[in-house]
Design a protein around this ligand. Structure first.
Ligand SMILES: NC(=O)C1=CN([C@@H]2O[C@H](COP(=O)(O)OP(=O)(O)OC[C@H]3O[C@@H](n4cnc5c(N)ncnc54)[C@H](O)[C@@H]3O)[C@@H](O)[C@H]2O)C=CC1
Ligand SMILES: CC(=O)C(=O)O
Ligand SMILES: [Mg+2]
Length: 467
């Protein structure tokens, strides 16, 4: 159940109510008091901030229970999630103070002109003399934000700011949130190309399919900096990391298992490609109208591509039909599609990654007794498959070696690096994927990305620790 934390500022009239009344009202309504701050003490009345943890569904009940109490006046109720967003979550900071005219004339005009000329004479110097070497643009058009859908560019901004925070905290990358007020593929491509000179990489985020495929492919081909659609490839990289470890837990090989992927959109297409690159030989992609089969004809180019792959099965059927006998189920579609009875038709020692957010394809509580390994996109169950494990280290590595693109071998290397953070002795059904706070994740992913970039010829620079 999703929890939230609220801060309630209230005034207590001591003649009519005690703090025990407050505590009892909150706890009866389902809230847990986690802290109390006295804002204004007093003989007759006092003002306090009460922080309460509560299930999202019971938030109104807690507030209403207090409102009903004699002697308690509610002054304000603030949600802590909203509080951390006040004024935005990131800022730009100068690397040095401008203390006097001398400093000013160096960081700005006239001194800066010399630097501009040097870059004009040798464009490569943009990497050493500007922020380009450490910057990533996190760009969305707001059309597929988390599981919320097309909520527009303004509403997408908090997610992009959040990604920028994660880039900085986890990998030291300076990322800028950019939300575009257009859904037009050509205009998005043109705009991103036009703003690209100052960036070392482009992280596309929450752009709906199938437009996301063309936008990414065109930009990757037309720009000389890496372009990465996080929802496609970040998800696929982390999923593969989880699958590699889950297969060790159940003692099966990747080239033997039969894998059903449900939802062949942005995430699903990339997941299928990664699975094929990693050696899966029996793949069943499924979308709303059933399995995408070998030899079939489809309107979407990515589906047609899948239908040409020899590893894709030729047998048609709905999800429940093709799930029979599968070793692995991967859901990147929508919530509530399967029940325990469906999972029981799978092969023994089954692996289920139900990743639709916020509601997985199968209720985790219902699934747990019937699967050997369960993964979801959520943080309230073990084995959270989330792209935040991938993008910080991937871009850290790509920026450090000035990679021109992020290719399949680099993504595969990143997946193996994430998987390797969980040692053989730590590996279990409950622990197939490391935590995002595990510092080894970014270090190992960065290393793997640079190594693969050098090997595949996309690196334009060898970082000092690789010489
Ligand atoms: N855990 C994670 O890190 C991530 C999870 N996701 C989740 O995966 C889901 C899909 O995300 P995207 O690929 O970005 O969306 P998308 O809209 O590009 O693709 C969804 C696909 O699922 C298909 N679909 C819908 N209902 C279906 C059904 N009943 N059976 C089979 N297919 C069905 C759609 O036709 C579409 O092709 C969302 O719930 C999203 O929250 C996405 C990215 C990362
Ligand atoms: C995790 C993420 O990027 C998404 O759900 O869109
Ligand atoms: Mg996303």
């Amino acid at each position: 159940m999703a929890q939230t934390s609220i801060i309630i500022r209230l005034e207590l009239d001591h003649a009519q109510a005690t703090f025990a009344d407050v505590a009892s009202a909150i706890s009866t309504a389902g809230g847990d008091i986690t802290s109390i701050d006295v804002i204004r003490p007093g003989q007759d009345t006092s003002v306090r901030d009460i922080t309460v943890d509560v299930a999202e569904s019971a938030e109104t009940e807690v507030v209403e229970a207090l409102r009903r109490q004699e002697g308690i006046k509610l002054i304000n109720v603030s949600d802590r999630t909203f509080l951390v967003h006040l004024g935005g979550k990131i800022a730009v900071q100068p690397n040095m103070p401008i203390r006097n005219r001398d400093d000013l004339s160096r960081v700005y005009t006239p001194g800066v002109a010399k630097v501009c000329t040097a870059i004009h004479d040798n464009p490569n110097k943009v990497y050493s003399l500007t922020i380009k070497r450490n910057t990533v643009a996190v760009i969305s058009d707001g059309t597929a934000v988390l599981g919320l859908g097309d909520i527009g560019p303004h509403a997408a901004a908090p997610v992009m700011e959040g990604k920028a925070m994660l880039f900085k905290q986890l990998a030291g990358v300076d990322a800028f949130p950019i939300c575009l007020d257009t859904k037009d593929t050509e205009e998005i491509i043109r705009t991103i190309k036009a703003i690209s000179p100052v960036f070392g990489g482009i992280n596309l985020e929450d752009i709906s399919s199938p437009r996301c495929f063309e936008i990414e492919t065109r930009l990757a081909d037309e720009l000389d900096i890496p372009v990465f659609h996080d929802d496609q490839h970040g998800t696929a990289v982390v999923l593969l990391a989880g699958l590699l470890n889950a297969l060790k837990v159940v003692g099966k090989r990747i080239d033997e298992v039969r894998v059903v992927v449900n939802g062949i959109g942005a995430a699903g297409v990339s997941v299928c490609k990664m699975l094929l690159a990693a050696g899966v030989r029996r793949l069943v992609p499924v979308d709303k109208d059933g399995a995408i089969v070998r030899g079939g004809t489809y309107g979407l180019p990515m589906w047609s591509w899948l239908a040409e792959q020899p590893q894709v099965e030729a047998t048609a059927g709905g999800l429940k039909d093709v799930l029979r006998g599968a070793d692995v189920f991967i859901g990147v579609s929508r919530g509530g599609l399967l029940g325990a009875e469906d999972l029981q038709t799978m092969a023994p020692e089954r692996i289920v990654f139900a990743m639709a957010n916020p509601r997985p394809e199968v209720d985790p509580e219902e699934a747990l007794p019937f699967v050997r390994v369960l993964g979801t996109g959520r943080s309230d169950y073990p084995n959270q498959i989330n792209n935040v494990l991938a993008f910080p280290g991937i871009f850290r590595g790509a920026l450090d070696c000035r990679a021109t693109r992020i290719n399949e071998p680099m993504k595969l290397a990143a997946a193996r690096a994430i998987a390797s953070v969980v040692s053989e002795s730590e590996l279990s059904e409950q622990y197939i994927i490391p935590s995002i706070f595990n510092e080894q994740v970014v270090t190992k992913v960065r290393h793997a990305i640079i190594e693969a970039a050098i090997l595949t010829g996309t690196a334009r620079r060898t970082p000092p620790d690789f010489r």
